[in-house]
Ligand binder design. Sequence first.
Ligand SMILES: [Zn+2]
Length: 116
Amino acid sequence: MQMYTGGCHCGQIRFEVTADLSRVTACNCSLCQRRGFLWTFVPPDRFALRSGEETLSEYRFNRKVIRHLFCSDCGVESFARGRLADGQEMVAVNARCLDGVDAASLHIVPFDGRSL
Ligand SMILES: [Zn+2]
């Protein structure tokens, strides 16, 4: 577990997250496939949005249970909010948006979101 900083491209959205990046999830659903997310999931108490709340736009699709939050200025989605199957809140952080993290070095685990 390590503390990372991250955010969107233009820098208006900034956050801190404590995450275990030993593996990240690549989902094949219609959205993740197009946007190329590499997800790491954390409980809300391990995520702190430091700036940009007012710049976030929300996109929901399909069952509309995940709030895809992207910067309304640069368009980058650095995190999303949702709930796990057991109802627990979680934050999905896009590992591609973390400072100093080389996406090519991550161990990627496929997730079959397309079939859900
Ligand atoms: Zn931005």
